[in-house]
Design a protein around this ligand. Structure first.
Ligand code: GLU
Length: 441
């Protein structure tokens, strides 16, 4: 890439971010990392009534948890003066025109069009209003909303994911950019910000493809540089249906609260819908090395929370002690290496620590008492290491003639109180001779 790119992630702080937003954030972040560019976190908070500081703070926390470090943070609500300036210019040049229809009137008009088999495109009736009609609307107390006058021509761009895209804006309604109460919809502020912050690449969901056609026309109207666009396909749920309705329950906060690893969420969200297999990545390096927008599929990607949980377990199974030690103050490297293969969430490690260190309910069936007593008698002296278990059970085997499950299971039950768990070869030295003797009594 000739120039270091500038990308942005632009959530509205009207709620917390979910897996779909995280994907937007990550694809932009990986793109920035890959090409040595900058990542802007931009709060699209033009809807002042629904946006809150609390949601914005929550989003910042979620973004940081995902390991994303914005080089710049911007708020649309602080830039209304700038938007007003551009809007005034667009009005003066006839690109923005006042419309007086009420929502009801527009709705009735759309229904009539549909009944006649016509596309429900706004007919520009307000452009034909006479000055007298406008005066009488204003007298009625009607306030105009403002539409952008589309060129009604083909708009084309070479989408970095979808390839050549061609949209004829004659098939679209002129988009409303300013509401009756003077507030901005997202469309115009976004274009102005992308231009003012020199955004080079807009990477976002395919639900914005039609917006892009209008936004390219708006960029031209204000003589701005048009960024490159990349629209990725949206997520479906495990049932193949769109996720949008359920996204609320798939917040990044809920994954964190459930104790999932950030890198599991990152790996899953970043690799979903790409030609790479979804697999756990312990850090960003591999994701960045392999990142390429052209690997994103045009077909919808399928998100299944159960798969995320499996990925989380797989990630833990390969993490080195260094990656977790700060979060396991009670642990040690041998402990971690012993138990990591038997946990699904990091918090599960505590239960294994308790099995090793706490008083447990030992399980020895009556008919195993003699066997356990014999085994106890041959417990080797300390120091113990990874070879102790094998050395000990070889002796027990020759003393009792037992082998396989009949040999190991009663020992496991007696030493851990459980019929499953990490390798006893690793657990035994952690339990230690004193505790082992007591449990074998
Ligand atoms: N606030 C917009 C959204 O969340 C941003 C879309 C964009 O990236 O331009 O849909």
């Amino acid at each position: 890439m000739a120039m270091a790119p500038i990308v942005r992630f632009a959530p509205s702080p009207t709620g917390r971010i979910h897996i779909g937003n995280a994907r937007a954030a990550l694809l932009n972040w990986l793109f920035a990392l890959k090409h040595g560019g900058q990542f802007i976190l931009r709060y699209d908070d033009t809807d002042v009534a629904r946006s809150t500081q609390e949601f914005a703070d929550g989003i910042a926390t979620d973004v940081a948890w995902l390991g994303i470090k914005p080089s710049r943070v911007e708020w649309q609500s602080k830039r209304f003066g700038r938007y007003d300036e551009v809007a005034a210019d667009l009005k003066a040049r006839g690109f923005l025109y006042a419309c007086y229809e009420t929502a009801d009137e527009l709705d009735r008009r759309r229904k009539r069009q549909q009944a006649r088999g016509l596309p429900p495109v706004y007919d520009r009736a307000s452009l034909k209003l006479t000055p007298d009609e406008i005066v009488s609307f204003e007298k009625e107390g009607r306030k105009p909303h403002w539409r952008f006058k589309l060129a009604q021509k083909p708009v084309e761009w070479n989408d970095l994911i979808r390839g050549p895209v061609h949209i004829d804006t004659a098939t679209l309604s002129d988009p409303v950019l300013i509401r009756e109460d003077g507030t901005y919809l997202y469309t115009l502020p976004s274009v102005i910000d992308d231009i003012d912050f020199a955004v080079t690449h807009v990477i976002r969901g395919e639900d914005h493809v039609v917006n892009t056609a209008a936004q390219i026309e708006i960029s031209r109207a204000i003589n701005g540089t048009i960024p490159e666009y990349a629209h990725y396909s949206l997520l479906n749920g495990a049932d193949g249906k769109g996720l949008s309705k359920r996204l609320g329950s798939l917040s990044i906060q809920s994954f964190r609260d459930e104790g999932l690893e950030a890198m599991a969420v990152v790996s899953h969200a970043a690799l979903l819908g790409t030609s790479d297999n979804i697999h756990p990545c312990a850090d960003y390096k591999e994701l960045v090395d392999n990142f390429d927008l052209s690997k994103l599929s045009r077909a919808p990607a399928r998100f299944d929370e159960a798969e995320l949980k499996v990925l989380n377990a797989k990630l833990l199974h390969m993490l080195p002690w260094d990656a977790v030690k700060d979060r396991l103050p009670f642990g040690s490297e041998p402990f971690w290496l012993a138990v990591r293969g038997n946990i699904e969430k990091l918090s599960d490690a505590k239960a294994w620590h308790d099995v090793i260190t706490q008083d447990i309910k030992v399980l020895v069936a009556d008919e195993e008492k003699d066997f356990i007593a014999t085994a106890r008698g041959s417990l080797p002296p300390e120091p113990w290491d990874a070879g102790t278990w094998k050395a000990w059970t070889e002796i027990v085997k020759s003393d009792t003639g037992r082998k396989g499950k009949a040999l190991f299971m009663p020992l496991r039950l007696a030493l851990t109180g459980l019929d499953h768990g990490p390798e006893l070869a690793a657990l035994l030295p952690l339990i230690g001779r004193e505790k082992a003797l007591a449990r074998l009594t």
